[in-house]
Design a protein around this ligand. Sequence first.
Ligand code: SF4
Length: 470
Amino acid sequence: MLAEIKGLNEECGVFAVWGHKDAAQITYYGLHSLQHRGQEGAGIIVTDGEKLTAHKGLGLVNEVFASKDFETLYGKAAIGHVRYATAGGGGLANVQPLLFRSQTSSLAIAHNGNLVNANQLKHQLESMGSIFQSTSDTEVLAHLIKRSTYPRLEDKMMNSLTMIKGAYAFVVLTEDKLMVALDPNGLRPLSLGKLGDAYVVASETCAFDVVGAKFEREVKPGELIVIDDEGIRSEVFAQSSGRAICSMEYIYFARPDSNVDEINVHKARKNLGKQLALQAPIEADVVTGVPDSSISAAIGYAEQTGIPYELGLIKNRYVGRTFIQPSQELREQGVKMKLSAVRGVVEGKRVVMIDDSIVRGTTSRRIVRMLREAGATEVHVRISSPPITNPCFYGIDTSTKEELIASSHSIEEMREMMGADSLEFLSVEGMLEGIGRSNEDTNCGQCVACFTGSYPTEIYPHTMHPHDKC
Ligand code: SF4
């Protein structure tokens, strides 16, 4: 599904390199391949061993960086970030990596995720005299490190990490050190790779392929990796209570060519489609998927049922971000600019339309209508994930509970609202089975909170509103 019309957005991607003479350029290519994780801002900070140099801006990676920018971004290590932001969380001050300079040393931080106790920690820190330069929850880590009384930077970092709760994949750069940390639940993806003798770290493994790096391993939940001229070291800052990687990475966010927690995303989506076919079969003539993220699941559904898969919906790839947003009345037209039904495929046919998830439901209604206008005689909607009934506090903008249609409507009510002939969702068990997790184990390895309301971490009373994060 198209993020910009769906109301479901990833919150960031991080990338880091240590030990390569072209660190900034490699980070640029890495960020480019993580562009789907955030399109509002991008930045790179590089170290030459003595000082940190930053370049960041609002926009897509190729809009923020020009060739001449790399003349000043020289050094052997770099971190980078792509960012998505909604109203209230935007602006250049929040574009990462954030840079904190002091007389003795500097610190650059990039973060994917959301800290659930950021507000509490901010209040505490402000009452002790800290002054925040952004509204980003990421800045909390810098202040905690700064205040820590441990002599070694690694210990300051570990001590600070034990105070923050929620979802985080951090890459932190100083003049002479790269530190990488993943939260104790491993909610967000983070992998370590090698590029010759250099180390690379990325939110998704597709970034390794682009820069020619080799996947080494996943960063472990509760692990701090420190890389400097002495080599690479791994420390445990918190005992992991078990992995709870975000289910939506497999369902919707990650690129199909990425492996998340060593499971290929395309294969997982295809298996979700197969599970859906087993749980919710229907007699039909063609199966189609809402591009791009639902296509793998549609192929799986078609394979399992034997109903042919066809390209019944086409995405217009040339609708840029600057496309004039339609007024409320013309929203219908807006969707048509982004998506078209292929009359030659669906006319006179009973169509199974596979979508990966439903957030507000409005887009699904428009797509169903589009298929009918193109001549489909029946439209059966199949969703390759369970109904989203709860908000995410871990870095995914799934809207508030009130905006989530499945939180207040039955499946039959949703079917009627979208004008479909039938509507079915995949069960939580089917989802775990499709992705390849054993749900007999109570710790299934995945976060399923937006489907079940059972959050893997404590949720604080003033957990930052999902729109204000990262
Ligand atoms: S609540 Fe949902 S979107 Fe958020 S981390 Fe968990 S599975 Fe992912």
